[in-house]
Design a protein. Structure first.
Length: 459
């Protein structure tokens, strides 16, 4: 049961964020830049026709760009009297401004792209480039609209498909993201961002072995890119390869770039691999960081120690936990959040019970229940204290109270049923056990009930 608790808790806490990786590295990609600055041909369905006068200004602007004089290229177009009536010139000016990379230029770029589209709604490359600008401005819904329109108008470049994939991934549409990333790689097979996106989509679709293989190839090409190691750690974890996942995180930790939350996850993996001393070291490193994990996650680590009965290490961890300045308010009985304080109270009480100080543990729970009398989990724990102290009647009374609280009713009925079995009151025990089974069906409990029922029938 303890092993299952540890695995289920790890499963609920992914090692790295599920969101797609930041798209920022794409802006430095040579493949990407070429796809944006490429000239367009003449297709009257998707591109405006160009007059001789427009061609003159576009040619002058192109010559300036060829000479690496972006300022002149922009001014040639901006100062032309034809600009406001020329979708092609508006598009070219908008693209030059976006490539300049300044925020104010990006604002103008959006305005000029939109002007071009107002005059020529089917301007495919304007839809595509506007989508790119909006992605960089984190206006993802608007960006996706323009990118999808570019695709519908026949855009076949990897940038359009890859950025649509990125939008799908952000929306949690992982199969659509996977399909779009693979479409992007048909024309941009070497673009790292699309390969990373493909791996993340495969992970989200529960295909970790395929993801791990893609990520291994990327790691071989650029071992210094720590994000790839982190995503592959998720893949190994999904494959129940705890040590492999820990090895990935350890590499990032030794590089000095592992975030405190991921350090906690590394500790969890060491616990799962039966390396509790290493787990404690990583937990302490996480708590000692300038931006430690949330108090909730820190208490979670304590609960993991308890689930393994690692009492001495749990005591050491509690000592460290209580010294973290950032946790003082959260763990203050007068100021902290109720659920977190309840969990910490129960954890410390269990630790005291298991290390020979049951009286202190029981007193801790009693004090908490005076403040929060409807804390069902604490009622269950206090019942356990009473039962182990031989106070069966008091334990039964506490379990009756816990059974009236919906969140703990099933557990309380089960515990009370077992208490009655120990007292040889089988028929009454069956009543409690069957009610527990109704509230929370469980195969092992069904077998237990059948065994008790058989015992009653043979008496």
């Amino acid at each position: 049961m303890r092993t299952f608790f540890l695995i289920s808790l790890l499963a609920a806490s992914p090692l790295t964020a599920a969101e797609p990786l930041p798209i920022d590295p794409l802006w430095q990609s040579e493949t990407f830049r070429k796809s944006i600055t490429a000239s367009y041909g003449i297709d009257s369905r998707i591109e405006p026709r160009i007059t001789e006068d427009e061609a003159f200004y576009l040619d002058e602007s192109a010559k300036a760009m060829a000479a690496n004089d972006r300022t002149k290229a922009i001014s040639v177009l901006r100062e032309s009297s034809l600009l406001e009536k020329s979708p092609a010139m508006l598009f070219t000016l908008a693209s030059h401004l976006f490539e300049a990379g300044e925020a104010k230029d990006a604002d103008e770029s959006v305005k000029f792209f939109e002007s071009a589209l107002a005059q020529f709604p089917n301007f495919r490359d304007a839809h595509r480039n506007l989508g790119v600008v909006l992605i960089q401005r984190e206006e993802f819904e608007k960006a996706k609209t323009h990118l999808v329109r570019a695709l519908a108008l026949g855009s076949q470049d990897g940038t359009t498909a890859g950025l649509i994939a990125y939008c799908h991934a952000r929306d949690g549409h992982h199969q659509a993201a996977l399909d779009a990333y693979r479409l992007a790689m048909l024309t941009q097979p070497e673009e790292r961002q699309w390969k990373l996106g493909e791996a993340q989509a495969l992970l989200a679709l529960k295909r970790p072995l395929e993801a791990a293989s893609i990520l291994q190839a990327l790691i071989a090409l650029a071992p210094g890119e720590t994000a790839t190691w982190l995503i592959q750690a998720d893949a190994w974890s999904d494959l129940d390869e705890s040590l492999a996942a820990a090895a990935n995180l350890e590499i990032v930790h030794r590089a000095g770039t592992l975030e405190p939350n991921a350090l906690l996850s590394l500790g969890h993996l060491y616990l799962q691999s039966d390396l509790p001393e290493l787990a404690l070291e990583r937990y302490r490193a996480a708590l000692a960081s300038t931006n430690p994990p949330s108090p909730t996650r820190a208490v979670e680590a304590l609960e993991l120690f308890l689930s393994r009965s690692d009492w001495p290490l749990a005591k050491e961890y509690v000592t460290t936990l209580e010294t973290v300045a950032g946790y003082r308010e959260a763990l203050d009985p007068a100021k902290g959040e109720k659920d977190l304080l309840s969990r910490l109270t129960r954890a410390r009480a269990v630790l005291e019970l298991e290390t020979g100080d049951a009286a202190t543990g029981a007193k801790r729970i009693e004090e908490w229940l005076r403040r929060e009398p409807l804390d069902g989990e604490c009622l269950l724990l206090l019942a356990r204290f009473r039962e182990e102290a031989g106070q069966k009647i008091e334990a039964a009374m506490l379990l009756e109270q816990a059974a009236r609280i919906p969140e703990t009713a099933a557990g309380a009925l089960l515990a009370h049923g077992r208490l009655l079995v120990a007292a040889a009151d089988y028929e009454k025990a069956l009543e409690h056990l069957e009610k527990s089974q109704e509230l929370s069906p469980n195969e092992s409990l069904a077998d237990y009930i059948a065994a008790i029922r058989e015992l009653v029938e043979t008496r």
